[in-house]
Structure formats: structure tokens, C-alpha cells
Design a protein around this ligand. Structure first.
Ligand code: XAN
Length: 457
């Protein structure tokens, strides 16, 4: 450890989820970071901050210190990771009527997305969306933009400017789309390459922004486009995101469009789109063969419970997929999902799992508070293959963190519910439960990405 690089020190309670179903509470802990936002030391059970500081350095002038150790209702938590969100649909949050997937796309979604080729409008929408996510503690998001090159590049520029870690996807769609929102195969290729080049140019070291190939879903791309995307993905080892098996009508449509493929998942596999860097949103109605195929490719699933309830798509069998070894994370899926908050999404993941368990009469389908907090953070990091950098508090990882403060009247904690100096698991489990079920963006008071503060309430 080179302590002359030490720039910031944080002292207090840190809570994270090292594995699925596990929460670790680190009280009286000191974390130090360097100017790149990398955690360079962690010291647990520190009773006196000054002694530690004196041990570390004799020059504290240039070191920023944030000490929350005197407030029992504040704690640091890893930043949330949203692995599936359409920035371009943000204005439609909450507007979905009684629709289901295919009519929802035609009625609400395509008109809004296509209108964002107006870059003034796009800037307004994307800025609001990014700022809203940051204020909800989301430090990393995998975004869908639109089919438009400039509008997609703008989203990347704004994430970089506002300091959010992001994967940026230019949507590809060259068939079964309205005439006002469709591209040719040639246009889709050119636009995809332009966006890749732009992102590499603005963030060559991938400090914050990375490109992600984004065929919207099988019905909107013809075989030539899927084939080209598969080759590009493979040649350049790129991330890729798409939708899978969300709605029964959609699945039947895919069968008609791609009769040569055995299943919906096989369509993606047949075009070489599945890898350990592929994020599949929804994946609700999978057969056992499809589950095996996803597992064999080490692709991951973004579970979007609010969206799945809102446009009545179904309940993803999260616990079953995890038991098969599939990586799972959470997606807000704005605007089929009405909330930009991963905390709300985690709460709905828990509730949707209860509905699933009523249907299956299997208690094992229920997700716990610890489970959904894992999916919101470390699960997302693993899906994005960034778990060497994000998801937990460990030396060598980046400080992508939110400071939670429960001193607001959305959460009434009584004296006997407060943590004491003794570590008390049950007290902390109850505090996390109150945060999950009654908390909201009021409780996220500061947010850092790469150690840089990007939100302050
Ligand atoms: N399938 C989709 N599902 C969804 O939830 N949102 C979308 O925009 C979309 N496009 C295809």
C-alpha cells in the first residue's frame, strides 16, 4: 500500500453482500481511497480514528475525512447496479395503461424513442434520467438509447459528464418496426460502428463508459443483422444486451420468424450472441433446455420485476435460475418498469417472488431481503463482469458507494430498534428491512463513483 496516494478516508458502518443470501455489517470501519477512487486500505473495529490516521500518515492536510461513526442511522452501502434500463423511455415512467408487451411497444414506446432524434429533447430526457438514477444510488447502469447514432452518443457524453458508470447501447432494429422508427441493415451497421468509435474516443481507458451491442430483440432484427452482430461481438469480445422470453405472444412470434431455431434462446445462440458478456432481460418463460444453454454460455439475466408486473409479462423464477448457477441481477426496465429506483425494484423482486411461491406452492421460490440486496449490487457486478472492481467493499475495488441516512420520517425507528456498540445481527437485519420496505431516495444522501462525489442531497 502506498499511503502517499491516500486522498479520502471514510469512517463508520459499511454494509455489503459478499455472496447471495449473505449480508456483512462492518461497524467502526475505516476505508481509505486514492485519487483514482481505488480502495487502498480497510481497517475494521477501529475505536479511535485519530490513532489510525496518525499511524497512516503524518500529513493529513490534503486528506478528506468523512466520519459518520457517531450516527447509528447512517451507513455506507455499495452503489446500486441497474443492468437493464431504457434511458430513452424515461418520460413514460408510469404510463402503460392496460397494455402488454407488443401493443405497449407500438402505442407508447416507439413514438417516444423515435422523437429523441431531436437532440435538444434527448439531452433533456437523458440528463433527467441519469440525475434521477444517481440520486437513487445507482452508480452503474446498462442503458438502451435509441436507433439514432447522435442521440446514443449524446447519452454516452452525458453519463461521462455527470460521472455515472454506464454501458451504452445503440438499439438495432431493421425489421418488424414502424416505418418512422426503423433502419436498414447498412444503416444499422454503420451506426453501431460509429457509436463504438465514439465511446472508445471519449473514454479510451473504460474508466466509466463502455459500449454494449444492443439488438432490440429477435423480432426486430433480421438474420443478416443478427449474424453481423454475432461476428462483431466475437471479434471484439464485446458486451451485448437484448430481451428474451418476456411475453407468450412474443415467444410465438419468434418461433414463426425463426423456424430453424429450436427455441427463442437458440435464436441468439445460433447467431453467436451468447457469451459471458451477454445480458438477457426478463427470461421469464424459459424451458429447461434454454436454462441449460444460458448456463453453458455463462450469460446472465436481468430480472425486471416491476416491468413484469406492470405489463403483465409473468414471474421470473429467480431462485430456480440461481440454483442452476445462472448469474442474476436487477433491472428497473424503465419505462415498462415505472420506477427508476433499484431499491424499489429490489422490494418488488421480493414481492413478485412471493406471488410466484403462491403459484408454485414452493417456499423455496421466495427471495429474502439479503437476496435482493445482493442482486442490487454484487449480483449486478458479477453480471457485468466487473466484480473485480465493484459490488463490495474490498481492497483494490473502486469506491462506487452511496451513503444511506435513515433519519427521515419515511422510516420510524424506535429507540429499541437502534444499533448499539455491540454487533447485533438481528437489529441490523431489521434496519435493512425497514430501509428496503419504507425507504426511498430521501435516504440516499451522497453518492460516489470512482471515489468522486457525484450526488449530494
Ligand atoms: N422487448 C422489450 N421489452 C421491454 O420491456 N422493453 C422494450 O423496450 C422492449 N423491446 C423489445
Amino acid at each position: 500500500m502506498t499511503l502517499d496516494q491516500l486522498t479520502k478516508i471514510f469512517y463508520g458502518t459499511f454494509i455489503h453482500t459478499p455472496s447471495f443470501g449473505e449480508v456483512e455489517i462492518l461497524t467502526k470501519t475505516v476505508i481509505g481511497i486514492n485519487s483514482s477512487g481505488t480502495i487502498i486500505f480497510i481497517e475494521k473495529n477501529v475505536l479511535n480514528l485519530s490513532t489510525i490516521i496518525l499511524k497512516l500518515t503524518d500529513n493529513i492536510q490534503n486528506i478528506e475525512i468523512l466520519d459518520i461513526s457517531n450516527d447509528p442511522l447512517k451507513f455506507f452501502f455499495p452503489g446500486f447496479i441497474d443492468t437493464h434500463i431504457h434511458a430513452s423511455q424515461y418520460p413514460n415512467n408510469g404510463i402503460f395503461g392496460n397494455s402488454t408487451l407488443l401493443d405497449w411497444l407500438e402505442t407508447y414506446t416507439f413514438p417516444l424513442e423515435s422523437s429523441l432524434k431531436d437532440l435538444k429533447k434527448a439531452e433533456l430526457v437523458y440528463t433527467k434520467c441519469i440525475e434521477k438514477l444517481l440520486s437513487n444510488g445507482t452508480t452503474c447502469a446498462s442503458y438502451y438509447a435509441t436507433i439514432d447514432t447522435n442521440s446514443t452518443n449524446l447519452l454516452a457524453d452525458l453519463c461521462l459528464k455527470l460521472g455515472q458508470r454506464a454501458f451504452i447501447g445503440k438499439i438495432c432494429m431493421n425489421q418488424n418496426s414502424p416505418n418512422y422508427y426503423i433502419e436498414t441493415f447498412e444503416e444499422s451497421k454503420l451506426s453501431t460502428l460509429k457509436v463504438l468509435n465514439h465511446i472508445i474516443k471519449i473514454d479510451p481507458n473504460k474508466n466509466l463508459i463502455q459500449p454494449i451491442l444492443t439488438p432490440r430483440f429477435a423480432p426486430s432484427c433480421n438474420s443478416s443483422l443478427l449474424n453481423w452482430l454475432g461476428e462483431l461481438r466475437n471479434d471484439k469480445d464485446l458486451y451485448l444486451q437484448t430481451h428474451l422470453s418476456e411475453n407468450l405472444k412474443e415467444i410465438n412470434w419468434v418461433k414463426e420468424l425463426f423456424p430453424q431455431s429450436k427455441t427463442y434462446t437458440d435464436v441468439y445462440n445460433d447467431f453467436n450472441l451468447l457469451s459471458s458478456k451477454t445480458i438477457l432481460a426478463h427470461a421469464i418463460h424459459l424451458s429447461n433446455d434454454e436454462i441449460e444453454l444460458i448456463k453453458s454460455k455463462d450469460s446472465c439475466i436481468s430480472h425486471c420485476p416491476i416491468s413484469n408486473s406492470s405489463i403483465t409479462s409473468g414471474e421470473c423464477r429467480v431462485k430456480q435460475l440461481i440454483s442452476k448457477g445462472i448469474k442474476i441481477s436487477l433491472g428497473t426496465d424503465c419505462s415498462a418498469g415505472f420506477s427508476p429506483s433499484i431499491l424499489q425494484t429490489a422490494k418488488h423482486a421480493l414481492l413478485v417472488s412471493r406471488h410466484l411461491s403462491m403459484k408454485t406452492e414452493n417456499d423455496l421460490d421466495k427471495l429474502s431481503i439479503k437476496d435482493v440486496l445482493y442482486l442490487s449490487t454484487n449480483g449486478g457486478a458479477k453480471c457485468l463482469k466487473l466484480d473485480d472492481k465493484l459490488g463490495t467493499f474490498d481492497q483494490g475495488k473502486q469506491f462506487d458507494v452511496q451513503l444511506i441516512d435513515l433519519n427521515f420520517n419515511n422510516i420510524d425507528l424506535f429507540e429499541w430498534q437502534l444499533p448499539s456498540d455491540k454487533d447485533d445481527d438481528e437489529i441490523w437485519n431489521n434496519i435493512l428491512a425497514k430501509w428496503l420496505f419504507n425507504g426511498d431516495d430521501r435516504n440516499t444522501i451522497k453518492v460516489w463513483v470512482n471515489g468522486k462525489q457525484v450526488y449530494n442531497q
